[in-house]
Design a protein around this ligand. Structure first.
Ligand SMILES: Cc1cc2nc3c(=O)[nH]c(=O)nc-3n(C[C@H](O)[C@H](O)[C@H](O)COP(=O)(O)OP(=O)(O)OC[C@H]3O[C@@H](n4cnc5c(N)ncnc54)[C@H](O)[C@@H]3O)c2cc1C
Length: 506
């Protein structure tokens, strides 16, 4: 096992202060000075959906040395320490109710970027947005981006996120070349596909259970234009959406289907598939002008007039006054018009980060919040299983207000959600009131049974409700035993915990 440093700076044991967290550091080379003492202060830490989580003691280190020192402080009340990036996981993957939370977002420096190779060397708190803003003027874009630009590199690696091109380029981890991991056992491990290869393949996708990424190297992809060529393709139902994905995936760079999960019968899952392709060199006459950070960012007003911050209250009204089925139907019919107008050019930012167009959109689900349920189903069972779980939601009177269909492929990471098949991300508004909330949880358990019986998987960044036995049913006893053995080696006192890891009895 290669170890860069095995010594840990002396640390005050268990000291908790209510001092305010330090400010984010300025850009520049990493700080290698001896670690300043770390401070823990009480705060409310929720999942992105605001439906789960609770109070915790939070520390925001600014250097890798402080990360090591914070880990040496130990947890409180046997609840350990949760690692947290930008807090964009929908559920409880980075919350630790009653325990401690190590927020690494202040480690936010891009340490190096090579415009010849597109290799970036980053700290874990760097966000996808920081990365593409830095890289796009050089003609590079991150190989894998999620539906929001606000996730951190550490969170992306720990969850091994996927994009709208998962079927073609795999997951985030497939593009990571190397990382350094600070473990609770006090090591700083340098890991890649040769050195500490077992840790490399388990910490990526290991949901923050083996150690804290303190640096990562990843390869970005070349782009010759700041825009993509986009098609809208109407989908008549779920089965049609799957057929389109199969038909187009050999040639398309990105594919994602928006589905109306309120529609029933033959129309269930109708919607619009979006395909986007990169331009070849010289193909887009205006492409170079869009190789600029300013041209990729989402605008701050709607139609150049309405401040985006005013939009979520309108969405709140639509949601709470039962307009979702109507809005979905309108969107489906608009898809036919879009199909006729296709293809059209769109910036990478506008194509990928539609959800970032509306700041605080998830507040429309207040006061209950939202949960996401994203089953991954092997290809041959997908149409049957995804239809069955949606119909189950209908029969329980709780249709998801949004569905997003994607194609995936397997990857080499131990705890992966990637498989040769499809996923459907389903968003549910969480009802207010303990009884109705419990009923939603029961519904997701009933849906999970169908998925797990078919050999399906789940993605923990999008989970808040899976029952304890799901972990073993998803990954199998052997894989789970290998992961637990690594955890015992790197985290012998079981320091790294989250509400998720306790719920799944890791
Ligand atoms: C609007 C929206 C759209 C999304 N779309 C997609 C999508 O298309 N595809 C997709 O895959 N995901 C998607 N996600 C989910 C998101 O990409 C993941 O939840 C991602 O992990 C969030 O990163 P984060 O920095 O917010 O991490 P957090 O949510 O804070 O943490 C996620 C996990 O990473 C661990 N972690 C954080 N930092 C470190 C570190 N330095 N070292 C070790 N472990 C660490 C945490 O313990 C936790 O287990 C979406 C989320 C939102 C809100």
């Amino acid at each position: 096992m290669e170890v860069r440093s095995t010594t840990r700076p002396g640390a005050p044991q268990g000291g908790v202060s209510t001092a305010a967290p330090s400010a984010a550091p300025a850009a520049g080379p990493p700080d290698r000075a001896p670690a300043e003492p770390v401070h823990w202060s009480r705060a409310r830490v929720l999942g992105f959906g605001r439906a789960v989580g609770g109070d915790a003691e939070v520390c925001r280190p600014t250097t890798a040395e402080q990360v090591v020192e914070a880990l040496s402080c130990g947890g409180v009340d046997g609840r350990g320490i949760a690692l947290r990036g930008a807090g964009r996981s929908y559920g409880d993957a980075s919350t630790n109710t009653g325990g401690r939370v190590l927020d690494v977002t202040a480690l936010d420096r891009i340490l190096d970027f090579d415009p010849e190779t597109g290799i970036a060397h980053v700290q874990p708190g760097v966000r996808i947005r920081d990365l593409w803003r830095h890289a796009i003027p050089h003609g590079y874009w991150p190989a894998v981006v999620p539906g929001t630009m606000h996730v951190s590199m550490g969170g992306a690696a720990a969850m091994n996120i996927h994009g709208k091109n998962a079927y073609a380029v795999g997951t985030f981890g497939d593009h990571v070349l190397e990382f350094t991991l600070a473990t609770p056992s006090g090591e700083l491990l340098v890991c890649d596909r040769q050195r500490n290869a077992d840790v490399f393949h388990a910490a990526i996708g290991g949901f923050g259970m083996l150690g804290c990424f303190t640096e990562l190297k990843l390869k970005l992809k070349r782009v010759h234009s700041g825009r993509l060529r986009v098609w809208g393709i109407p989908m008549r139902n779920l089965e049609d959406g799957i057929a389109i994905l199969e038909d187009q995936r050999e040639h398309a760079d990105y594919l994602v289907g928006w589905c109306d999960l309120h529609a029933r019968g033959r129309g269930l899952g109708r919607g619009v598939m979006h395909r986007a392709d990169q331009f070849e060199p010289g193909e887009d006459p205006d492409g170079e002008r869009f190789l600029s950070a300013a041209r990729q960012d989402v605008p701050s007003t709607l139609f150049g007039v309405v401040p985006k911050g005013w939009i979520w209250p309108g969405m709140w009204c639509a949601f709470h006054f039962g307009c979702v089925p109507f809005v979905n139907a309108l969107k489906y019919h608009a898809g036919f018009k879009e199909g006729l107008a296709s293809p059209y050019p769109q910036s990478h930012g506008a194509f990928h980060f539609l959800l970032d167009y509306v700041p605080r959109w998830h507040w429309m689900l207040r006061p209950g919040g939202l949960i996401q349920f994203q089953p991954f189903v092997p290809k041959d069972a997908a149409a049957r299983v995804l239809r069955q779980v949606t119909e189950k939601a209908h029969s329980w009177g709780m249709a998801p207000y949004l569905g997003v269909l994607k194609r995936h492929r397997p990857d080499p990471f131990l705890m992966t959600h990637g498989l040769d098949g499809y996923s459907m991300a389903m968003d549910f508004g969480v009802p207010v009131g303990a009884r109705r909330r419990r009923r939603l949880w029961e519904l997701t358990h009933a849906m999970a049974e169908v998925v797990l019986d078919a050999g399906g998987r789940f993605y923990f960044a999008k989970d808040a409700t899976l029952p304890t036995d799901a972990l073993q049913r998803i990954h199998g006893a052997d894989t789970l035993a290998r992961f637990r053995a690594l955890k015992r080696r790197l985290d012998p006192s079981h320091l790294l915990q989250t509400d998720l890891s306790r719920r799944l009895a890791l």
